[in-house]
Design a protein. Structure first.
Length: 225
């Protein structure tokens, strides 16, 4: 199995073992890539290049796809995975994006700092509140003040997934991020969006309180673009 496939399987295992209650904070690290077989018989396809800008964007739009299938809550998101922008200080930049109705975007950004060969820590956690738009011709996704992604098809072991080849438009928390490249994949997560401007819509009181405490302490920084 390819390395990406192995990591995907590991994430799927973490996702399956995560348990979510109505008043618990969203589980972490359970993003699952939207791999497809490409088989016409099962309704799947890898022909993303033929999709319109609107149809392609729909692969990333935030919604509860788990509830639609009768399973647990799984939310459609876009996230970085195996290809990261590397900052001048050696840290990796990562994000999960939630593309909401009416062109609103919430992006959870963070940097992974390697402590030693076996340990790392997440620093500079940031919630970016912004807006997004899509170019009807190029199908490029633009998140104001954050970056732009052009459509690409990710492949691994005969499977495929829609993705955006993403470029950061400026420095966010650390100098050197501007112009950095990464890939944002379509996928799902059991972790729902926490919108700083609509905390009343967060289903968990615990999650709301933890978020507010982290913002107050400076662990999480909210930036509006």
């Amino acid at each position: 199995m390819h390395t990406l496939g192995k990591l995907t399987a590991l994430l799927a295992l973490v996702s399956a073992s995560a348990c979510v209650t109505e008043d618990a904070a969203p589980p972490e690290a359970d993003n699952a890539l939207d791999w497809r077989s490409g088989g016409k018989g099962d309704g799947q396809t890898c022909e993303f290049d033929t999709q319109s800008a609107t149809t392609y964007l729909a692969n990333f739009l935030y919604k509860d796809v788990g509830a639609e299938t009768g399973g647990g809550h799984r939310y459609r998101v876009g996230f970085t995975f195996d290809r990261h922008a590397i900052l001048p200080n050696g840290n990796e930049a990562d994000f999960t994006m939630y593309l909401l109705p009416e062109g609103r975007a919430i992006v959870n950004y963070a940097e992974e700092h390697r402590i030693d060969s076996s340990r790392s820590e997440v620093i500079n956690e940031t919630v970016v509140v912004s807006r997004y738009s899509v170019d009807a011709t190029s199908r490029a996704l633009k998140i104001d003040g954050f970056g732009t992604g052009t459509p690409m098809t990710a492949t691994d072991g005969g499977h495929c997934a829609p993705a955006y080849n993403f470029t950061y438009s400026g420095d966010l928390r650390t100098a050197g991020l501007s112009g950095g490249k990464t890939v944002a994949y379509a996928g799902t997560s059991s972790g729902y969006v926490i919108d700083p401007d609509h905390l009343d819509q967060v289903p968990s009181e615990t999650a709301r309180r933890w978020f507010q405490e982290d913002v107050a302490s400076g662990k999480i920084v909210v930036i509006r673009k």
